[in-house]
Design a protein. Structure first.
Length: 370
């Protein structure tokens, strides 16, 4: 094997590269040749430093004005129209916190598969959605570098992402409410809070989707919710590639009856769930602090977060042998996704309490006196 000083050929992705030191400076360059058997055989007959010298000295150009930092800003700004203001701000934050610090020490052409995979390992504990967004940003930057001919190929397409899909520890450890706990919660809650929990437990909707419900979204005749949006920190969010907030959600009979009764009582003709100021709740945190935790403490139910209602719904549906496609359509998951059962299902019944009911009887399972 040749030493570093003698130079050597190696394969990166599907391309043949050459490396070595010339006049005391180390270079690593692509030969521009695919790593085929023929080209590998060719490399055996070549002197690496001679090949490298020709590449380095051919059409010598000044060092590129582009770095990972300024090219990254350019790539993110040029695609801003594809994102809303909040997502754009998040892109910039991710870029500045998680990409620049790691890659700024590299020349663009020196960022390879090894560097990208090492960088990915640093984010192994982030959620799968978060990792996908981070990868998307870096991939966009490398695509821009390829377009500007600053690199010979995009190493990102050959880098293997972390195979084990990771859901953050709050999701992994999230416990579903048992059927007995659900009955207690629904039997002891009142007013809008009863409606809130009834919808969450019987539809599997995300918390933000429930908070963003408007009366115009409810079709009482068809007994469905025409879901259109989500509300997070006081801001409306529409559907994205990661989260489908636009779908038709079936309403169970008792939840439907509660909504019809509540519609006659509420004074707000637009929003279903409003704060004391007659405005949509800013987020779920205030509801938890002022209403949920006090209720749970009074009735002796362990608080497992409000979003655990979604896991409870999925678990009951699976235990009730409801077709997976129906469950996924109702909660906004892609049909056939492995995520639904892997991360949202946990049998919550007692040994002799395994549900075998159809979906229209789900409301009876969690308490007929809702």
């Amino acid at each position: 094997m040749k030493t570093r000083g003698d130079g050597s050929f190696f394969v990166r992705g599907e391309t043949l590269w050459v490396q070595g030191s010339i006049e005391g400076k180390f270079y690593r360059k692509s030969t521009g040749k695919k790593a085929t058997k023929m080209n590998k055989a060719w490399s055996v007959k070549q002197r690496p430093l001679e090949v490298l010298s020709k590449i380095v000295n051919k059409d010598v150009k000044p060092k590129s004005e582009y770095t990972i930092k300024n090219l990254g800003y350019l790539a993110i700004e040029e695609s801003v129209e594809a994102r809303g203001p909040e997502v754009q701000a998040d892109y910039l934050s991710i870029f500045e916190r998680l990409i620049v610090p790691f890659f700024e020490k590299y020349e663009l052409e020196d960022i390879g598969i090894k560097e990208i995979e090492s960088w990915e390992k640093l984010h192994a504990k982030l959620s799968a959605d978060r990792r996908r967004r981070i990868r998307r940003i870096l991939n966009g930057i490398m695509k821009k570098a390829l377009k500007y001919k600053l690199i010979n190929e995009n190493p990102f397409i050959h880098a293997n992402p972390i195979k084990d899909t990771f859901v953050d520890e709050n999701e992994v450890d999230l416990k579903a409410y048992t059927t007995n706990e659900i009955r207690l919660i629904l039997d002891n809650s009142e007013g809008w809070l009863k409606v809130y929990f009834s919808i969450l437990f019987t539809t599997g909707m995300r918390v933000g989707e429930a908070l963003g419900l408007e009366w115009s979204h409810i079709d009482f005749d068809k007994k469905v919710i025409n879901l259109k949006q989500s509300l997070t920190q006081g801001k409306i969010k529409m559907s994205s590639k990661q989260k489908n907030h636009r779908r038709e959600v079936y309403l169970m009979p008792e939840a439907l009856n509660l909504l019809q009764s509540y519609a006659q009582e509420t004074k707000n003709d637009k929003w279903i769930f409003v704060s004391d100021k007659d405005k949509p709740h800013y987020d779920n945190a205030t509801i938890v602090k002022n209403h949920v935790k006090p209720l749970f403490k009074a009735i002796g139910v362990q608080y497992k977060t409000v979003k655990a209602t979604r896991k409870s719904y999925v678990s009951i549906m699976y235990d009730s042998h409801i077709p997976e496609s129906y469950i996924q359509a109702n909660i906004g998951h892609a049909i056939g996704s492995a995520v639904t059962k892997k991360f949202y299902y946990k049998s919550i019944h007692n040994n002799n309490d395994i549900a075998v009911l159809a979906s229209q009887e789900l409301d009876k399972k969690i308490g007929g006196s809702v």
